[in-house]
Write a protein that binds this ligand. Structure first.
Ligand code: GLC
Length: 438
């Protein structure tokens, strides 16, 4: 009798352990406590169908709205409501983090910046996704890598991003200058273009220099384009070097000498786009989404048909882009995870990515679309963009990414505004990063 009682107790104990394990594996979201497949390598099964929210940054083209409207008419019992967050990446992250910290079920599908995966996965704010349900071998490899954390998949790449040099082709042609490959060539090209009477008051160059995520992107690009690295391939900080200083100094000098207009210190992507579209810049570092908008012939752009794009310039040859882009993930606290998973599948079909490219000129994550001759005819920058993405360097991967990017932004901003010497800035940044990335 005593023996069978002990066995029964053991069984009860075992059963509660496995219930616990299943709940942890699913991220603890309500209605999703089952583990899938039986194999320890399988991602937890995602359950629950019904209405969901899709939480995203600004929809500059309204194409997301269109894709969501199409989904909604086909799924009456699983309606998707868009929650549009502020324009700046940092403000978006802030709201998503706060939502996760209080375990709110208000957000279902999250449009995550590629740099947030580690933080969201390590904190179990998003659930692991079933890799075998996505044809990831058809996606650009660097984009897929941004959606993984410790070899598991936590998101699906929806669009990628690579920086490119936008330039006023009409003005360069008129001044008979070649497209610059280096910073020096860019400066010479600027002087020649500005000698044209119609270009005398035009700004030479701008990027994203406001104190936010875009500054981290531009700083990292300047450093890499001069042969340096903010962190090495193993993630160790390496930012206090002559190469990194040479890269940062290109931007510091740009502001000092007026090559970069003073007001560019307030530019995020959209302020810069408006300036380029108003015909105020010869050169600009920007993402591909600007192509479609700056080519609009509805009167919103003064430069439609007058510009082209090239690889970013570097110190002694072509430069290096920071890898950008966005991945969709499922909040651990969402109720209808099965619907959320289907919605992500729907958004990443070849058809949806094609429609997104056609409407927004954003970088697809499916490799085949870059080889599609019809698309290349309509978007001649696709080969340049693909090369930019394949050669792009990721920003530091960090669970405390919010602190890491703040440290970089503060350092870069202090140097660009002349508040602090670039050498001292990099020395301090190296110490901060060493502490944060331990
Ligand atoms: C774009 C990029 C993203 C980057 C952001 C910076 O949205 O896709 O990766 O962090 O710009 O502003």
């Amino acid at each position: 009798m005593a023996g069978s009682k002990t066995t029964a107790l053991r069984l009860v104990a075992l059963a509660s352990v496995s219930v616990l394990a299943a709940a942890c594996g699913s991220g603890g979201g309500s209605g999703s406590g089952t583990s899938g497949g039986g194999s320890s390598a399988a991602a937890p099964k995602l359950d629950g169908r019904g209405d969901i929210t899709f939480v995203t940054g600004k929809d500059t083209s309204n194409n997301m709205q269109k894709l969501v409207a199409d989904w909604n008419s086909a799924h009456p019992g699983e309606q998707v409501r868009i929650v549009e967050l502020p324009e700046s990446a940092d403000a978006q992250r802030q709201q998503m983090v706060q939502n996760a910290q209080v375990k709110s079920n208000a957000y279902s599908v999250l449009n995550l910046d590629v740099v947030w995966t580690a933080e969201f996965a390590a904190n179990r704010w998003v659930v692991e996704l079933p890799r075998d349900q996505f044809d990831l071998d058809k996606f650009l490899k660097p984009a897929v890598a941004t959606a993984e954390y410790r070899d598991k998949l936590y998101a699906v790449p929806v669009y990628s991003d690579g920086g490119m040099l936008y330039y006023r082709k009409d003005l360069l042609d008129k001044a008979a200058v070649a497209v610059p490959k280096t910073w020096d060539e860019l400066l010479t090209a600027c002087q020649k273009v500005k000698a044209l009477p119609e270009a005398a008051n035009i700004g030479c160059y701008a990027g994203q220099f406001e104190k936010y995520e875009g500054l981290t992107v531009n700083f990292d690009e300047a450093v890499h384009s001069a042969g340096g690295a903010t962190v090495d391939d193993a993630g160790k900080p390496t930012v206090d070097t002559p190469q990194a200083k040479a890269g940062l100094d290109v931007l510091v000098q740009g502001f000092k000498t007026g090559v970069i207009p003073q007001k560019a210190i307030t530019y995020k992507e959209e302020e810069g786009r408006r300036s380029f579209q108003a015909g105020e810049l010869i050169f600009q570092r920007q993402w591909p989404y600007q192509w479609a908008l700056a080519n609009k012939t509805d009167g919103s752009s003064q430069v439609a048909g007058k510009f082209d794009v090239a690889p970013l310039p570097g110190l002694s040859g072509p430069g290096v882009s920071s890898l950008g882009g966005h991945n969709f993930a499922i909040s651990a606290f969402a109720e209808h995870k099965a619907t959320a998973l289907d919605f992500i599948k729907y958004f990443t079909t070849e058809q949806a990515e094609r429609s997104n490219l056609l409407a927004t000129s954003q970088a697809p994550t499916r490799a085949d679309l870059y080889e599609d001759q019809e698309l290349v005819k309509q978007f001649p920058y696709l080969p340049t963009l693909k090369a930019s993405i394949l050669a792009a360097k990721p920003r530091p991967k960090a669970v405390r990414y919010g602190d890491v990017t703040t440290a970089i932004q503060e350092a870069a901003y202090a140097a660009l505004t002349g508040a602090k010497d670039s050498g001292a800035v990099l020395k301090d940044l190296q110490a901060k990063l060493q502490d944060l990335l331990k």
